[in-house]
Design a protein around this ligand. Structure first.
Ligand code: FAD
Length: 263
């Protein structure tokens, strides 16, 4: 079986703090990490490889040259090979242009049975790239995969998380599945695998390598453009309610109703 995992390097948004005086984001010293949902996607692929040893796991990422470190981490977890889609032409991509580029990279990689992506990336937070990539490749996709029940010949049976439960879906391969954190617990790298990971070559492909014209990628191929970004205002101070218990309860209900928390 051939598996491709889409992995994105993202700033660790848990480490991003807001400057209380200027109200701007403090990005200094914020480490770049493998997007958490993508670690679950990779773990799912590696678990299939553990079960079916003739499986290969290939990572594909679009990003700047430093995304190489994240790809080494994926190799050190157990992936077989990795490709980085990197070029100035890819800069400023929205999800539409990102999925066009990733799909072009996947076409060049060739045959695959399952593509895994994360549900969403913690920086852009759109959760659109996985399904869009599937659509560009003309294959079905299942999002919010919380469990892989069975790998059959020509299909996979998965559980898709819903707000109040889950649905069981059998999907024909080749297909794309997006992973959520409930799917598994990503494994650690081992020292031996880290050493091996640094010996492996990682091919870097530009738009020319994946048969895209410069106007098909990046900002030029993006129907949306971010024209302003700003830090949300900090939450107001807490407020202590005064009076007797019934008075405080009435005041609380009035405030929650006013904010449409309750009707
Ligand atoms: C603050 C901010 C605001 C933005 N606003 C918009 C907007 O309004 N509209 C818009 O279209 N774009 C927007 N973007 C851009 C968009 O988020 C990214 O450019 C796009 O590359 C990926 O979308 P995402 O990060 O939301 O990924 P998601 O769709 O959340 O990612 C889902 C999965 O797709 C895969 N994936 C995503 N990106 C890559 C990659 N580069 N390489 C490999 N796999 C990948 C991963 O498996 C990931 O888990 C914004 C970006 C930022 C930082």
């Amino acid at each position: 079986m051939k598996i491709i995992v889409c992995a994105k390097q993202v700033p660790d948004t848990n480490e991003v703090k807001i400057d209380p005086v200027k109200g701007t984001l403090i990005r200094d010293g914020v480490p770049s990490i493998l997007n958490p949902d993508d670690a679950n996607a990779l773990e799912a692929a590696l678990e299939i490889k553990d079960k079916y040893p003739d499986t290969t796991v290939t990572i594909v990422s679009m990003g700047p040259p430093q995304a190489n470190y994240m790809l080494r981490e994926c190799l050190a977890m157990g992936a077989d090979d990795a490709y980085l889609l990197s070029s100035r032409a890819f800069g400023g991509a929205d999800t539409c242009a990102t999925s066009t580029t990733i799909a072009a990279g996947i076409r060049k990689i060739g045959k695959y049975d399952i593509i895994f992506a994360g549900r969403q990336a913690i920086d852009g937070d759109t959760a659109q790239v996985g399904p869009q990539t599937a659509q560009r490749l003309g294959i079905p996709s299942v999002t919010y995969v919380q469990k892989i029940r069975e790998i059959k010949k020509g299909s996979v049976v998965v559980e898709r998380a819903l707000e109040d439960g889950y649905e069981v879906i059998e999907v024909k391969t080749p297909c794309l599945l997006t992973a959520i954190k409930e799917l598994n617990e990503p494994r650690y790298m081992t020292v031996g695998q880290i050493e091996e990971a640094y010996k492996k070559p990682i091919a870097t492909w530009s738009e020319v390598d994946v048969n895209l014209a410069p106007e098909d990628c990046g900002l030029k191929a993006s129907p949306t453009q971010v024209f302003k970004s700003f830090t949300p205002p900090p939450k107001g101070k807490g407020e202590m309610l005064q009076g007797t218990v019934p008075e405080m309860a009435a005041a609380l209900i009035a405030k929650l109703t006013e904010k449409h928390v309750i009707k």
